[in-house]
Design a protein. Sequence first.
Lengths: 314, 348, 135
Amino acid sequence: MNISGIIYIYIIVSLLIAAAYSIATILALHARRKKQHSKQLSNSYLQQIIAMQGREGEVNARSTSERMALAQALHSIMSYTYSTPTENTKTIARNNRLEELILNKLRHANNEEKARLLNILSSIPISAHATDIISKYLHSANRHIRIAAIIATIAASPTKAIRTIADLPFSLKPYDTSRIIALLRRGLLPIAYEPLLMSDNHNLLMLGIAITHNFGIDIADKHLHNIILRQPNRQIVREAIYTLATLGRPLGRHHIREQLAAMSPNIRRELCHHLSCEGYSLSALSVIFSESEIIHAEPLINSYKRSLICTQSN
Amino acid sequence: MYAIELIMTVLLAAAATIILLEVIYTSRIIAAERRQQLLADRSIGCHSSLGWVGCSVICHRATDVAQIENLLRTEYDRYEVIAIIDAEVYGELFSEIVSRYRLLELDRPKHQSETDAKIRRLYRSGQRRYRHLVLLDIQQNVEMYDAMNCALEVTSYNYVIPIKGGYYLRQHAIESIAILLSDDSEQNIELLESLGNPSCQIFRYDTVIARGGFSPNLPDKITPRNTIYTYETYICKSRERQSPKPSIIKVSVQLGLIVAIGLAATLIAREGDIFGIGISSGSEPAINTEAAKYILIICAIATIAITLRAIATYQIVASGTAKCAVRSMLCYFRRLTAFFLRRKFIVS
Amino acid sequence: MKSVIIYSTQNAIGVLVEAMISGSDANFETFQAGSTRELLSMARVLRPRLIILLDIVPLLDGCDIVARLHEIESNGRGRLSRSRATIYVITWQQSEHTVLSLLESGIDQYLTFPICIERLRHKVSQQMTSNTLRQ
């Protein structure tokens, strides 16, 4: 084939790629408009559902896009509120067959869409059959799908939450535990922190420490001290020390100083700054850190003291 | 003639490679963008202290207060912005920042090092709500890398994000970075490099210190095993934030142009009998074959431009970020050449 | 008519809160603002009784939104008008530092998500029917 032939073939192949992308752009713009419309629909369902609170009423959606918008609206309400009457939510979900809709879409969705749909499932009442389907996604290779599946499973069966978390075949990451905490804040999970802090399971321990930190449970400090004393896992010990610092507890005890001495200078420096911001005094810091380590903490602590004095004199 | 053909062959091969790379990287950038959006949507209530990962943004020569405002625009708790400005050269801007954020000059301990001696004054806010901001007044004529090393003296957190004046953080950038870094419980990540914007590199603090501070060759000194590459974009230039979205009409016109060029090329190829199969038995080509070749070359050049443009347009619409596909391609070439040449650390 | 402005960068959440506080017996109008500029221009025109911020970033980034809102109300004359808008913040953040930072900025009430619809509605209703004007 001569060069002209090659040029011609190149032109046609490139133009086909360009045409494909142009069509994809048009479809993306069209999808964006649909998404805008869906958001407006979702907002309207939001208003209807909220207006229905404490009263009997119906919210009906016919088409697939309307039902999806309704599911999204329910999800927003359940995420941002608590003590919302569940009867209305159950009726809406049942009458509009939202569970069936989402499970159907789940089968053919890409990874990000699957994670989004599983998140929505965590806010609508679902059957045991749906819970079985969701449990398959607990072993997904994609971490976003995995954590969304965990949230959906726990929300569907709150009484089995501890067992679900303990049986996970992987370690929960900090982002994962913070997602579970968000569920807790909705009042969905009947979890006590003490058994978690006394557990040997890594995931339950991390969750217990995260709960202590997030809810400011001062009285958990003795459990945290036990963890620092006994836990071989450095990550957990570090979490416990930081949590104690956030609770404003003294950190001068021997076992804490020992653990800190074994940490890298970078972590120690960071902890020193964290303690300065948390309001620890220089004398408290000098028990834990060396003079060279607290040299940069002094101006920071002084700057906060100055602010307090100015406020009081006003 | 042979020279032209050779040049054309090389040009076409290069263009085909670029287009292939742009296709691959556009799809990766869009996937990363969707992941980032998913995280942003699902991050409600999850923004504070993920795994105690902290980020310090070191901003060299902030251009205006708007940039400082943008950098502080995050709810993430373990975060600080260290702005480096020469008060003698940018006195007005310096004063404006000091008054707006109620900054107080701090008494500093005696100079610990030569780098520390280049800091004239250090400011922090007396107000709790602005506690994330640190302002450094650096001596005149201090080079950028040295200025950033000065900022390292007052850095509090374990990851450092160096940026220049005129660059802004994208929405939820810090949260995305914190989520990614907190996944590594052993804190082995020494460098997080965003290929979506190749100039964005996030270093671990003690890695930078251990390797002698910021320098153009810093990435070279870091083990590739402890480096993570991501296609998520964290930084943008101020003018890119307002990139206009293409309309359906413009894209339809583009599609029409593509079809027109295709038809024109096909007509030229047929009439010029470039494949040598004859238009009909025994007839002469309507256009001289040589002329047809030159017209096809022009069409090929137009095709390269329109194809790249079509891919970039799709990338803008699908991800909302301009020009990242081009930049990431350039970064890919840089990575390839890194096998032969040394990697550079360039602040954006 | 009395007005309430809800500031949120996420439209869906703004609509949700608007739906929560509105009701058939609501004696006020609600408006949505998606940016600080929009919020300030609406405040200038509407002189709202209540402003609900669903995003705390304008309070922490130096834009000092509360001071600018108060400046609008004082008409730049250095004295507050008789009825200053009450500012509520509703946010996910609940750390002590954040709460103190927000109170330091000058807000009047701090609430956290997730929020009880009835409580919020009752609180806003009380605020709007209150005869006591802020000095």
